[in-house]
Ligand binder design. Structure first.
Ligand code: PLP
Length: 463
């Protein structure tokens, strides 16, 4: 009897309905729009079994994005999945909760007075909106002087996230990218100065780069822009990309200024779903003052009988993560966030110590202010490299630790990076360190990974 006819037999169908689910043996629908449906239980099992093959989030040290929240937060999320965030008229409490989050973040970032901001899908949307505001404000300034508004440029380092280049391409702005160099993975005022002119809509600086977790010299860049304002009359705004660092620096380095304490910092983005400790997707854009948001970007709309002002790229979206962010802010407060950040920092230090003690690795920028992560590379290239280690570690133990090359002109530098998040306990750190050591031992024995294996390694710094 062929397998097909066996599965088609009425007895098999009856047994499957009683004891199992049809995808124990049948192929899953994947191309054609299904002609008929299936039971809810079958559908649930089909999807769940597919996803069982995903990587394990607890061993994913590549992503900055939150992979765990408290059960109470999860209950709130589950109870609020049906609510469309943009329906302010119907859901005024959700709108108020968004505003509370914006006010609290403005306070955390030392905004001098009352201000404004927006909930976004993540830092990418926040950066698109913030940079659009830079462009609109620049055009208004230039227009008032009767000057040309045809060649805007934006200055940033090669250490930024790809979204900044994306903004420039999508919205027709010339990117002026300061290259990195071997051993120099962030930028400062001397790098920025030659690129600034009357067509510069702004400078973007990073607080906690994706690559090594360090910050640009934001104080130095601010001082440069203040001087340019005084000497040349050019008021060039500074936007801080705090996607990762915005929820880290206020708690680990409260006395290190990077935010609205600095005069030229006009807007900040932060990902709630990174160290804001909320599931994806939630991000925030916060302006220094209400006037920093270009008024033409705010749409007054008459929707369902109520006038509403929106400043977003999307329209309909969930409200559960806004609510989850508010939960975290009130649940943890400054004390709770500081406690969690310090734990992560302490475990990152232990991991760094252990990697150094192995004698094979150089840990990058340990003594500087940094996100809770360990960026490291082989001190010497032997019979294997960082990509081999990433593969071996994933094959032997399922850890996802990315290996990647840095942006130009540091493209010959390969590093590995392990995020040490809230769920990474001391026991996990100890185990990971042992597993890295063992992976290196295996690799030395076999003289490196095979080419066919290496191609499977997921590279890139993740996000
Ligand atoms: C993650 C990240 C982004 C993009 O943020 P999303 O929230 O994923 O859209 C932008 N900039 C930096 C520095 C980041 O780390």
């Amino acid at each position: 009897m062929s397998t097909a006819s066996q599965n088609d037999s009425p007895q098999y169908e009856a047994d499957a309905a009683l004891f199992g689910n049809r995808f124990a043996t049948a192929e899953v629908p994947s191309r054609e729009f299904p002609a008929s449906g299936m039971t809810a239980v079958d559908a649930m099992r089909l999807v769940a079994e597919d996803l069982a093959l995903e990587g394990d989030p607890a061993r994913n040290l590549a992503t900055f994005v939150t992979t765990w929240m408290e059960p109470e937060a999860q209950r709130l999320i589950a109870a609020n999945l049906h609510r469309n965030f943009i329906d302010h008229a119907e859901y005024p409490r959700t709108a108020e909760i968004e505003q509370r989050c914006i006010r609290m973040l403005a306070d955390l970032f030392h905004a001098p007075g009352s201000t404004t901001g927006a909930r976004t899908q993540g830092s990418s949307e926040a950066i698109m909106l913030g940079a659009l505001s830079l462009k609109w404000n620049w055009r208004t300034r230039r227009g008032a002087e009767g000057a040309a508004t045809t060649n805007p440029n934006l200055v940033f380092g090669g250490d930024v996230h790809v979204v900044w280049e994306k903004f420039c391409r999508y919205f027709d702005v010339e990117p002026r990218i300061v290259p990195l160099a071997p051993g120099k993975y962030t930028i400062g005022p001397d790098d920025v100065e030659p690129h600034i002119d009357e067509n510069t809509i702004g400078v973007a600086a990073v607080l906690g780069t994706t690559f090594t977790g360090h910050k640009d010299d934001i104080v130095g860049i601010n001082d440069l822009l203040v001087r340019i304002k005084q000497e040349r009359g050019l008021d060039v705004p500074l936007h801080v990309d705090g996607a990762s660092g915005g929820f880290v620096w206020p708690f680990l380095y409260p006395d290190s200024p990077w935010d609205f304490r600095l005069e030229q910092v006009r807007s900040i983005n932060v990902s709630g779903h990174k160290f804001g400790l909320v599931y994806p997707g939630i991000g925030w854009l916060i302006f220094r003052e209400t006037a920093d948001l270009a008024p033409d970007l705010v749409f007054e709309e008459n929707y369902l009988g109520k006038t509403d002002a929106t400043f977003t790229l999307n329209f309909s979206t969930g409200s559960a993560m806004v609510i989850a962010q508010y939960y975290n802010l009130v649940r943890y407060g400054r004390a709770g966030y500081a406690y969690i950040m310090r734990n992560m920092q302490q475990n990152a230090r232990v991991l760094g110590d252990k990697l150094e003690a192995m004698g094979r690795f150089e840990v990058i920028g340990r003594d500087e202010e940094q996100l809770p992560l360990v960026a490291f590379r082989l001190a010497e290239r032997g019979s294997f490299d960082e990509f081999d280690i990433a593969w071996q570690l994933s094959a032997e133990r399922g850890w996802m630790v990315p290996a990647y090359t840095l942006p130009p002109n540091a493209q010959d530098v390969t590093i590995m990076r392990a995020l040490v998040k809230e769920t990474m306990s001391r026991e996990h750190v100890d185990t990971l360190a042992r597993d890295i050591e063992e992976a290196c031992t295996t690799l030395s024995r076999k003289g490196g990974a095979h080419e066919s294996e290496r191609r499977k390694v997921v590279t890139g710094p993740g996000h």
